[in-house]
Write a protein that binds this ligand. Sequence first.
Ligand code: 5AD
Ligand code: SF4
Length: 494
Amino acid sequence: MSEQTSSKVDFSKYFQPPSLKDARRRRRQAVQIINDFSIPEDMAAIGRGKQYLIETYGCQMNEHDTEVMAGILEKMGYHETDDPKLADVILINTCAIRENAENKVFGHIGTLKTLKLEKPGLILGVCGCMAQEEVVVNKILAKHPQVDLIFGTHNIHRLPQLLKEALFSKEMVVEVWSKEGDIVENLPQSRRGHFQAWVNIMYGCDKFCTYCIVPYTRGKERSRHPQEIIQEVRELARQGYKEITLLGQNVNAYGKDLPDLQNYGLGNLMDEIRRIGIPRVRFTTSHPKDFDDHLIEVLAKGGNLCEHIHLPVQSGSSDVLKIMGRGYTRERYLELFHKIKDAVPNASFTTDIIVGFPNETDEQFEETLSLVRECEFDGGFTFIYSPRAGTPAARMKDNVPMEVKKVRLQRLNKLMDEFSAKSNAKYQDQTVEVLVEGESRKNPEVLSGHTRTNKVVNFRGPKSLIGELVNVKITNAKMWSLNGEWQEETQGVR
Ligand code: 5AD
Ligand code: SF4
């Protein structure tokens, strides 16, 4: 770091903190497609002989953003390491969805202080959803001077320029745009998997559920053009990928914002992707309000479209759903659920549920339990409500005592586990197709993968099966996973 270089830096240019208030705005302006990603000449080889590490918290969208940032860093010559002590650049890709996710990140930033003292040349960056929040940026500015760089979810393509400033400036570089967002195409990406891949189909969310920070941290709904998506999926198929997951915060709103396509939605896109020679196609996350009949018709065609639907319900009480701003009632959710189940009889269903939302009564919580009993979900994610500053629910009185919230969560989890065990039991003695993903985390002697319905299957077999679709006969159906035997000779049964 030289005095000369730092004195040339117009620091004000690199201090753009976030504003949740601006992030809330939704204008009519058309989304810009940016296609001019570039690496400044003097940064093209800056990473030669150097290493990077990206720590990722949160959802699949973040995991995929990490692949893009890794791709950009690798274009600059950096190599990946998993040892923080060897890293020259450490980026922490953060999640803001609940308070405990944020606390974990702050704890981690704290532990990196010692490393930074030992290695002053290390660049420490914070990005992702937390970077979009004023409170977080202010806290980092005040308490964590070891951080060199903060950038937002809309600024990922600017990583080369921002890294340059961080390397040569003595100040903390902060660039967080709170605009609604554009679409940046053709960014490099270094995919983590060789047979499973994520494909963004849209960004952002306009649903503004009253508890949720995502519409503020990820901007407005912007759909990628189908041509771009289909081209990406074709290329993945050509490279031998076995499974893709189409990603978006609210994938059922796909296409609504595309100016040149009338009535083109997720059903149309999936119908086109169905014809591409890739064995498995998944999609997440669905919003019940926008889940339309055309998509159901297309899913019913099967083929490479996997029969697993993640359909977050959040609550079984219409009154709570109303205050959550979900845009559907309990009855409407159940109607949709049964419609999909009738059309795709083998489908597995998972969900997300929040307990202890402001004012949630015992009776309303019982309604959630009764909905779970009716749907018999295969699995799901359950959460205690966590107020997020800036959202409408955070202004409501968080009046359900923590003890009550914990008891509700325990009761809900117990019920969800019962249905998980019940749905797994149906697999006993069945032969299922499994995409072999690797060694089981608990026992390297055992291989592990998922069925089309997203059930975890563990079985013994040669390591050469990793990355292959194989048939496994289920011999022991457990609560959260299935054990089985590899069927070398059989044809797949779903
Ligand atoms: N508190 C608790 N859970 C939340 N989720 C989103 N926001 C909150 C919050 N403030 C949950 C929802 C969503 C999942 C990704 O996270 O269930 O579907
Ligand atoms: Fe959050 Fe609701 Fe959008 Fe999902 S649909 S990301 S819960 S605002």
